[in-house]
Design a protein around this ligand. Structure first.
Ligand SMILES: [Zn+2]
Length: 265
């Protein structure tokens, strides 16, 4: 069994402020370690469930947050950004049996996490077919594009609820519950224990239940914080500016949607 893990930081247990997501700050050092512990728990659970290959994509900021020696052997790790449109899912292909997400967070405008955002901070809002476009949704569709089931997600409570609606059989661990600029989080060690248990539960269950059907067409609306970006993005092939800060892009090929997002959000 081959398992792909994509790991972000803004849904890591206890995180609440932007400087805590920064690799180069003192407070960020603690959270890169907790991010690493959560990924390590998921990777160990994958091996304990019979995986012989686990590939982790460090998918936050510089993509150099995870501490490699803390991962169980023989985990492989993708560091840095390739420039490929798969972005936070780079390294995934149809040879994998399951996708796992750790440290994921709610989409821009969703109040369940003080750090809610979608891709870059200049994006005020992004929807796909009218659904709030979290990074989880974008990357779950990438998994579906590769025909790989989505077994597990950990992150803020609103995101876990969203994931359950999208894929009822998915296993989740809700790390933080956000209100305004605050979060109530579970204990970081409890989070790692639950991640281990539920990743195992998911991988030992019927993974076919965790398949997501890819929509036939993708109507993507991206609203920027600044009008200048919408003007420039309106020149991307197939994109059109629909008001001073908003562009729309419609395609029936998800790879084209990913290519657009690689350049415009
Ligand atoms: Zn993110």
């Amino acid at each position: 069994m081959k398992v792909f893990i994509s790991s972000d930081i803004e849904g890591t247990t206890g995180i609440v402020a932007w400087n805590e997501t920064n690799l180069n700050s003192d407070v960020g050092d603690y959270f890169r370690k907790q991010m690493t512990r959560e990924v390590a728990a998921a990777a160990q659970a994958a091996f304990d469930s019979g995986a012989d290959d686990v590939l982790v994509k460090d998918a936050h900021d510089s993509a150099r947050n995870i501490i490699p020696t803390e991962l169980p052997q023989p985990t492989r790790l993708v560091r840095g950004w390739s420039g490929h449109p798969f972005c936070m899912m780079f390294g995934l292909d149809s040879s994998f049996d399951a996708v796992v997400f750790t440290g994921y967070h709610s989409a821009a405008t969703v109040p369940g996490n003080p750090l809610s955002h979608t891709m870059d901070s200049g994006v005020a809002n992004l929807t796909i077919n009218g659904i709030q476009g979290s990074e989880f949704l974008i990357n779950a569709y990438t998994a579906a594009y590769c025909n790989v089931p989505i077994a597990f997600v950990s992150g803020d409570d609103d995101l876990c609820q969203f994931a359950k609606k999208l894929i009822p059989a998915i296993q989740t661990v809700s790390t933080n519950k956000g209100t305004g600029n605050a979060t109530i989080s579970i204990h970081p060690k409890t989070a790692c224990e639950l991640i281990g248990q539920r990743v195992q539960l998911a991988l030992q269950g019927n993974l076919d239940d965790c398949r997501l059907e890819l929509p036939k067409t993708f109507d993507i609306v991206a609203k920027y914080k600044e009008h200048q970006r919408a003007y420039r993005s309106g020149f991307y092939p197939g994109a059109k500016q629909i008001d001073s800060t908003t562009i729309q892009f419609v395609t029936d090929d998800y790879f084209e949607a990913l290519r657009m997002m690689r350049f415009l959000v």
